[in-house]
Design a protein around this ligand. Structure first.
Ligand code: SF4
Length: 774
């Protein structure tokens, strides 16, 4: 689709002019350092900048060799930040849809449009008729993470959705129930382990997830080079599996069965040895009893793995001097996602590898971690399913409903039907199950406001688009991801480039939107929200029972924060009251934002160290190995032991040059051999009459796509794979590059009815499909 035919403005209006040529033949006049925000690896970047007086250009981006964590590592996506910044399709001014066409407006006009329409929806239908969807990029945004909270509070809706329930929510639920905090997730101590059992992860393409570390490929190669073992469990012989000492091509979605069988063998063969963590573990006997029916022979049909191989794996795991089990997206986007996530750490505990060097360890983050606040071993833990969705009665987790029910909450009539939606940095039309239904539902809303830089598959339905600045125009600190780092580090980056005329800081956009959502005038000052937030956080810190500033005068703390505003003031407060902080004078050598500013390559806070029991925030003060909700769900796993194993299953896959749908408008990343293809095993290709390079029709309960065939023995027979995040050739999208490399939307095939019931997470690993020549 030609972008200009759907835009109300002149070509390029509200956007940055296209730079002349790809490479700038300029010499840098200054060098900036910045953490890459594009994935969880958090690599340090060295950025050359030329020009002056607000007319500056990025000349080059490369890895920052002095970065305390990444030591110069960078992947192809990192250097593409320059291209993202210069992308002519990145909106530089707000857009309002008038007569079905987007027109550029001022910020005042954009907020006035929202202030004119949102109160009407609330007055007529109540706050239950509003909803918000928060996309994955917010996890990588300092302002996004901090200023979404006031927006959620102001909106006051029960309909909160996020990308977490199409991704890692099962791990958060399992960790919350076991350790007392959703981000108290043990991470694999890859650099010091002897044995890494990895399920459903491909860090050679994704660079790790829920385990923050740059250069996963280098770390894995080092593990194998020092004589360690890497066992990769994946239906596909991924790039990571190619490096493994053993690859187990399991059937899609069967990880929970394999993990349960490993527990079974540990118990049956008297291999359980919980090591130093023993005194903090509750529920061991119950777990071992639960595993009794899951013998290697019993799980062989459903996993597709030889019982002897499973038995050997359990023995190898138990015999390794140190070992860790690590599960990622393949384990969480599955029917038994929470059970699999739980069993990963059950196995770490039963083999004595929980919380020990070389095992699965807890990060001690410098800012924002709930497991460094309050009294150790005194917590409320987590409670799930405190309320349920209107249409299907799906349980809430951590204040959110499953993203899989967003469409039905919009298109199902009745009291509480969603009429107004806000999305923040998400593209759920490409990323949520049965996305065709959501696509249709979005077109029926009374009001849709998107905080997003692009007119994409989702935001083309918006009435108002509020574009944030580019990554290079924002400051950065990984509040969430550094809580999951493989080493304790802290790294702050100021904005590399100033805002262009007419752009607005991301935090101001979110704060102003919060004010309008609360009923304030369109021109309300976002500083009101900022001041309230800092006062609230200071109040909580001085009012806490424990902590570095407990009992002190809030006015003194506020004064000590100085003249900073926005995310920097909040971050300074979090750092200074955190576990390494200066405590506002209590430890003069402690961490502050000033210290991070003075150390642009980051500050190394040391290797991970054992944290049991102080990391625990469960009500019992113990590691709960047998949490009641998960124990109850094991009956479902037992029933599925005998489920039929015929038919074709669809899985996704990652590519180093792609990250969800974010990077598809960057020519240097998407050009070349098409990546959105159907991987199919040669045996299946022969049986089904599929020919390499031709097109296949893939059909599920919810949809059908036509996709180019790529025959490869890297995939298990009976399984096909299509990467997600593609499908850019729909009317109204204004992504000039992505539209030329459109691919197909695999989530037209994902079924919103398939869920992990405890977490509400969608199932993408093992979607039943039929495949035929197109
Ligand atoms: S691995 Fe690539 S995308 Fe991820 S943080 Fe590093 S440079 Fe950025």
């Amino acid at each position: 689709m030609d972008a200009d035919t759907t835009s109300g403005g002149a070509p390029g209006e509200g956007r940055r002019p296209c730079p002349e040529g790809d490479e700038m033949p300029m010499t840098a006049t200054r060098t900036a350092f910045r953490t890459c925000p594009l994935c969880e690896a958090g690599c340090g970047l060295e950025i050359g900048v030329a020009g002056s007086n607000g007319d500056e250009t990025v000349t080059r981006i490369r890895g920052d060799r002095a970065d305390v964590f990444s030591h110069g590592f960078i992947c192809p996506k990192g250097s593409a930040l320059k291209h993202l910044h210069e992308d002519p399709d990145w909106l530089r001014a707000p857009m309002v849809k008038r007569n079905d066409r987007f027109v550029e407006v001022t910020w005042d006009e954009a907020f006035a449009e929202i202030a004119r329409r949102l109160p009407g929806v609330v007055a007529e239908h109540g706050r239950d008729a509003t909803a918000i969807y928060v996309g994955n990029p917010n996890a990588h945004s300092l302002a996004g993470l901090l200023y979404l909270r006031p927006l959620l509070r102001a909106l006051g809706t029960p309909n909160v959705f996020s990308a977490s329930t199409i991704d890692q929510r099962p791990k958060e639920v399992a960790s919350g129930l076991m350790f007392g905090g959703s981000l108290t997730v043990p991470v694999p101590d890859v650099d010091r382990t002897d044995f890494l059992l990895m399920l459903g992860a491909n860090p050679f393409a994704s660079n790790g997830s829920l385990a923050t570390a740059p250069d996963w490929p280098g770390r894995i190669k080092a593990l194998v080079a020092r004589g360690g073992s890497l066992v990769v469990v994946d239906p596909r012989r991924s790039r990571t599996a190619e490096e493994a000492t053993q690859h187990l091509a399991i059937r899609p979605g069967a990880d929970a069965f394999l993990l349960m069988a490993l527990v079974n063998v540990l118990a049956a063969d008297d291999l359980v040895d919980t090591g130093a963590a023993a005194e903090y573990l509750a529920g061991i006997d119950e777990v071992l009893a639960l595993a009794e029916p899951f013998t290697p022979e019993a799980v062989a049909p459903v996993t597709g793995l030889d019982p002897d191989v499973i038995r050997r794996l359990a023995h190898d795991l138990a015999a390794a001097p140190t070992a860790c089990v690590y599960g990622r997206i393949g384990t969480t986007t599955a029917r038994f996602g929470t059970i699999a996530s739980w069993l990963v750490d059950v196995l770490n505990a039963l083999t004595g590898n929980l919380d020990r060097v070389g095992g699965a360890m807890f990060t001690r983050a410098a800012a924002g971690a709930s497991n460094t606040r309050g009294k150790p071993r005194h917590g409320r833990g987590v409670t799930i399913h405190r309320r349920h969705s209107r249409v299907r009665g799906l349980g809430e987790t951590f204040g959110e409903l499953p993203a899989s029910c967003l469409a039905e909450e919009i298109d199902t009539p009745g009291e509480g039907q969603v009429r107004a939606l806000i999305t923040v940095a998400g593209n759920p039309v490409l990323s949520t199950p049965n996305s065709g239904r959501l696509d249709a539902a979005l077109a029926t809303l009374d009001l849709y406001v998107a905080v997003d830089p692009y007119i994409n598959e989702t935001t083309r339905h918006a009435d108002v688009i509020l574009p944030p600045p580019t990554a290079l125009q924002k400051s950065h600190y990984d509040v969430a991801l550094l809580q999951l780092a493989l080493r304790n580090v802290a790294n702050y980056s100021p904005a590399v480039l100033p805002l262009d005329d007419g752009q607005l800081d991301e935090w101001r956009i979110l704060a102003r939107l919060a004010l309008v959502a609360q009923g304030a005038e369109a021109d309300a000052d976002p500083a009101v929200v900022d001041d309230l937030m800092v006062q609230t956080l200071v109040g909580a810190a001085v009012g806490a029972e424990d902590g570095p500033v407990a009992g002190r005068d809030p006015a003194e703390i506020l004064a000590a924060l100085g003249d900073r505003t926005g995310p920097e003031r909040l971050l300074d407060l979090m750092l200074r009251t955190g576990p390494y902080g200066d405590g506002f004078g209590a430890d003069p050598d402690g961490l502050t934002l000033d210290a991070l500013v003075a150390n642009p390559h980051g500050i190394d806070l040391g290797p991970l160290e054992p944290r049991l029991p102080e990391v625990l925030r469960t009500p019992s003060g113990m590691v709960e190995l047998a949490p009641e909700p998960i124990v109850a769900d094991v009956a479902r796993l037992r029933e599925a032991l005998d489920a039929p194993t015929d038919g074709m299953s669809l899985i996704g896959r990652r590519d180093l040059r792609s990250n969800n749908s974010w990077m598809h408008n960057v020519e240097v990343l998407v050009k070349g051999k098409p990546r959105c293809t159907l991987h199919v095993h040669p045996d299946d290709a022969t049986r089904l009459g599929l020919i390499d390079g031709e097109s296949a029709a893939v059909t599920s309960r919810t949809g059908k796509v036509l996709v180019p065939i790529e025959v490869t023995d890297a995939i298990r027979p009976g399984v096909v794979s299509i990467p997600h995040g593609w499908g850019h050739d729909v009317d109204g999208v204004e992504l000039s590059v992505a539209s030329r490399y459109a691919g197909v939307n695999s989530n037209l095939l994902a079924d919103e009815e398939l869920l992990d019931p405890l977490s509400g997470n969608a199932v993408f690993n093992g979607i039943p499909v039929e495949v035929a020549p197109a």
